[in-house]
Design a protein around this ligand. Structure first.
Ligand code: FAD
Length: 374
């Protein structure tokens, strides 16, 4: 089985690794592997803290992925000898004022209904866990099984795993899909070279709708959703675990790494393919982060960056076959692509290899948008 995967973000990379482990000959096409959202993301693994009404199938997918993370990372680190910064020390979500607390109370009731463990904490209990929190923090929720990973270590480890298993990496842009006898037969690179394959996986993030030759009914409804993040550094421990906050209805999070880096994110902006960092975006993040953790102003500033989440009409990924035989989609992971990497790789590799597909994949077939796919 020859497979070509367009896009070497975390989704394309992890799927290439799993498909190669399953015996396929895999070619990955990307002019700049891991240069998309995967290089900017904070890496929270939080199906529970991000729980939103009406997104229960996505929650189940997120839980399935979080539960696979330990084994996934252990296998990856063993194969490559590279670390990924995977942490399982929970995520604390705190409320700044009374309205924020009302929102968290509602969220906890919803979590209770779904049987998901999350611990309600008073303001004092939150500060006992994270002493740097502002005295005014009203209360919070601890999701003890959530965690984080460093996407800037995960992606290189996945790339190394692909190399170990003989995945061919073509550092060029895919310009179009090759179509022969009404089926996908490979891709055409931007210099005109064809790369032939039995199956093609389109995993190019928010750029997935831009390839030539996609027949009507197969262009995925993806759009870029900009996010800006700030990276800070501390020489002394500042927070113990990923901490999210609602500050007068506005959301901010801080994700610590073992080496002292703290990622502060993230804005959510519908501005097309704009990746400029703006004064307003940074001000918003720092303003809210300082309300929660006043000591943040003492930390060293190291970087600011912006990335594009691959958004879909219902915030959930599109994974599976399209109307063009041989062409599959693996995109639309929006704000959860790092969390969803292990389960997406298992699902997409099973689909590419004609193996048994996990049930949890069923709600994410691209054909749910058949009226919007153009
Ligand atoms: P990408 O990582 O965008 O990769 C797409 C790849 O396709 C790129 O390498 C690009 O070069 C390549 N490409 C594009 N066009 C072509 C072409 N024509 N030919 C060949 N290759 C092409 N998720 C979480 O789970 N937790 C988080 O805490 C989190 N935080 C985030 C914070 C921010 C600010 C942002 C922006 C995202 C965050 N995300 C988070 C979301 C996550 O980063 C994405 O869902 C995930 O990276 C999507 O991965 P991907 O492989 O689909 O796309």
């Amino acid at each position: 089985m020859e497979i070509v995967i367009i896009g070497a973000g975390v989704i394309g990379l992890a799927t290439a690794w799993r498909a190669a482990a399953g015996g396929a000959a895999v070619t990955l096409v990307d002019p700049a592997p891991a240069s998309g959202a995967s290089s900017v993301a904070a890496g929270m693994l939080t199906p529970v803290s991000e729980l939103t009404y009406g997104e229960e199938p996505l929650l189940r997918l997120g839980l399935a992925s979080r539960d696979r993370y330990g084994a996934f990372v252990a296998e990856l680190e063993e194969l490559t000898g590279l670390g990924t910064g995977h942490r399982t020390d929970g995520i604390l979500e705190v409320a700044f004022d009374a309205d924020d607390l009302t929102y968290l109370d509602d969220l906890r009731r919803f979590q209770d209904e779904l049987g998901i463990p999350a611990e309600a904490l008073t303001g004092r209990e939150c500060r006992r866990l994270e002493p740097m929190l502002a005295p005014g923090v009203r209360g919070g929720l601890l999701a003890p099984e959530d965690g984080s990973i460093d996407p800037r270590r995960l992606a290189p480890a996945l790339l190394a795993a692909c190399e170990r298993l003989g995945v061919r990496l073509v550092r060029r842009r895919a310009a179009g899909i090759l179509v022969e006898r009404d089926a996908a037969a490979g891709v055409r690179l931007d210099d005109g070279t064809p790369v032939r394959a039995d199956k093609v996986l389109l995993a190019a993030g928010p750029w997935s709708d831009g390839l030539e030759g996609l027949p009507p009914g197969t262009v995925p409804p993806v759009r870029p959703v900009k996010g800006q993040v700030i990276r800070l550094r501390t020489a002394v421990p500042f927070i113990q675990r990923s901490t999210r906050g609602l500050v007068r209805g506005s959301s901010v999070y801080l994700v610590p790494r073992a080496d002292g880096e703290i990622v502060v994110g993230a804005t959510q902006e519908e501005l097309g393919f704009d990746t400029r960092v703006t004064a307003g975006g940074l001000w918003e993040l720092l303003r809210d982060a300082r309300e929660l953790l006043p000591g943040i102003t003492e930390l060293e500033f190291t970087e600011v960056s912006a990335g594009l989440r691959p958004g879909s009409p219902d915030n959930a990924p599109m994974m599976g076959p399209t109307a063009l035989p041989g062409l599959l989609l693996g995109t639309g992971h929006f704000r959860n692509g790092i969390l969803l990497t292990p389960v997406s790789a298992d699902i997409l590799a099973a689909m590419l290899l004609d193996g048994p597909v996990p049930d949890v994949a069923r709600p994410f077939s691209p054909d749910r948008f058949s009226s919007e796919v153009h």
